[in-house]
Ligand binder design. Structure first.
Ligand code: IMP
Ligand code: MG
Length: 180
């Protein structure tokens, strides 16, 4: 069954079935790499929650979960890159094996900031798992250990990703129609 699209959506990029299959593959990689450890998934609110929960259900080593949220600003000249933590983690991460879970890595500014901040708290290990990766727009280089899909340079919604806070609940990932 193919999901109906909604107004504003141009085409489906990844179906629910494709997403489910790929998440199981990535979860299997993680389960393999973290054998004998517990992994702490750190989700970046709100975009990563759908991906994080789907991923966590297929990971076969012990899983802990915590969340933080960030705000990003443009500076006076309109350039992106100013990020701060709006809601911090509930617990410390010292000595833990932390896997930072993102919805999408775009310019890399958000991730660079988060990695620097979390690394300063002395985790045992710190890696990144992203649902989507738009490498063509990268401005700062950031290490991404696990990715589900690489995407073209188009704005996408669904499976956690929003446009003006809408569309996060779509089960698929879709390309938005260009705004008129
Ligand atoms: P960056 O890597 O610092 O540029 O920021 C990535 C953040 O911008 C993500 O965590 C998303 O919240 C948001 N974002 C980037 N591209 C998209 C998109 O295509 N759809 C929805 N949100 C996006
Ligand atoms: Mg985000």
């Amino acid at each position: 069954m193919s999901a109906p699209t909604v107004p504003g959506v141009e085409r489906i990029l990844f179906t629910e079935e494709q997403i489910d299959r790929r998440i199981r593959e990535v979860a299997a990689e993680i389960s393999h790499d973290y054998q004998g450890k517990a992994v702490k998934l750190v989700g970046v609110l709100k975009g990563s929650i759908f991906f994080l929960t789907a991923l966590a259900r297929h990971i076969e080593v012990p899983v802990k979960i915590d969340f933080l949220s960030i705000s990003s600003f443009s500076n006076k000249s309109g350039a992106p890159g100013v990020v701060r933590i709006a809601k911090d983690l509930d617990e410390g991460i010292e000595g833990e094996d932390v896997l930072l879970v993102e919805d999408i890595v775009d310019t890399g500014f958000t991730l660079r900031y988060l990695l620097q901040t979390l690394a300063g708290r002395a985790p045992n290990s710190l890696y990144v798992c992203t649902f989507l990766d738009r490498k063509s727009r990268r401005i700062v280089q950031v290490p991404v250990r696990y990715r589900c899909f690489e995407i073209p340079d188009r704005f996408v919604v669904g499976f956690g990703l929003d446009h003006n806070q809408l569309y996060r609940n779509l089960g698929y990932v879709a390309v938005m129609k260009p705004e008129k």
